[in-house]
Design a protein around this ligand. Structure first.
Ligand code: NDP
Length: 277
């Protein structure tokens, strides 16, 4: 297999375009060994970009990640998120300390505001900047921010990414959010890239998959990854799913495939509010 594709963040760091999500991990002790092993097999395949959050399993997903990256922390680009309810000056620092403890590491590579809440963005950004100065986080970004929200970031603020819901059945961001992020040179991180599995039985996706000798999940991921500045973070809790997802990087969609998918999943003709899961 060729080296995994990368996306360069504004800070200059190149990260794998295909990472791993962790929402839902750590919630069932009986699945923990499989989850750790799935994440580790992803690391072996170059999917070293791992997305988690203090919210997932109330911290338990971060503990699963800690186990998966144990002994290989330096290979991994670790992303975690602070809840909006913790996004005030003191709350961010405390939430970050909690995440660092559960992740058993001394730094988070990219720390995101999970979604916008009541705390002014300026206060959260100041708290992020102070964590960067202390070395607790290497960089910061946002999640679930639409075009108007991005405009409300304080002048000079430089998020590394906007992590948003983007997949074949959620094409709203294509209308103005993706273009705006491109203008700002902010790569978008697409969450729920296979729509939590709900996309996978769709006839058009199955047809395109059959033509490539691929699976619907691989086509859905290749479609998200057709943009050079989009990172996809599918969550998979079995080695088989991880391997299948990794092979999506080898799928090249043709113009005809894209037209078939456009007919089944039309692009937005006007602005739609950003959806969230
Ligand atoms: P995904 O679209 O990644 O779907 C995950 C589901 O798809 C799981 O049930 C998984 O099953 C299944 N799946 C994965 N790969 C395959 C495959 N090859 N074939 C068949 N089924 C497959 O949804 P998520 O919502 O988990 O999104 C991905 C990540 O994005 C999250 O885990 C989280 O890290 C992040 N996220 C961020 C949000 C935010 O607000 N910022 C919101 C939602 C997600 P199995 O587990 O059995 O392998």
């Amino acid at each position: 297999m060729a080296d995994p594709r990368t996306v360069v963040l504004p800070c200059g760091v190149a990260v794998p375009a295909l990472g791993q999500g962790t929402w839902g991990m750590g919630e069932d002790a009986g699945r923990r060994v499989a989850e750790v092993s799935a994440l580790r097999s992803g690391l072996d395949l170059g999917m070293t970009f791992v997305d988690t959050a203090e919210m997932y399993g109330d911290g338990a997903a971060e503990e699963v990640v800690a186990e998966a990256v144990c002994g290989r922390r330096d290979e991994v680009f670790l992303v975690s998120k602070v809840l909006p309810s913790h996004a005030d000056a003191g709350g961010v620092a405390e939430a970050c300390r909690g995440s660092l403890r559960r992740l058993r590491t001394d730094r988070i590579d990219l720390y995101l505001l999970h979604w916008r809440g009541a705390v002014p963005l300026e206060e959260t950004v100041e708290a992020f900047e102070s964590l960067v100065r202390e070395g607790a986080i290497r960089s910061w970004g946002v999640s679930n921010l639409d075009v108007d929200d991005l405009a409300d970031l304080p002048p000079g603020a430089g998020p590394q990414t906007d992590q948003v819901l983007y997949n074949l059945s959620r094409r709203g961001p294509e209308y103005s959010l993706l273009p705006r992020c491109r203008e700002l040179s902010i790569p978008v991180m697409a969450y729920s890239p296979v729509e939590q599995g709900r996309l996978l039985g769709h006839a058009a996706l199955r047809d395109v998959a059959a033509a490539h000798g691929a699976t619907p999940a691989q086509i859905a991921l290749a479609w998200v990854l057709r943009h050079e500045d989009v990172i996809a973070i599918p969550k998979a809790s079995s080695r088989a799913h991880v391997e299948e997802n990794r092979a999506a990087l080898e799928v090249d969609l043709t113009a005809e495939d894209l037209a078939t998918l456009d007919r089944a999943f039309p692009p937005p003709g006007s602005k739609r509010p950003l959806e969230m899961l």
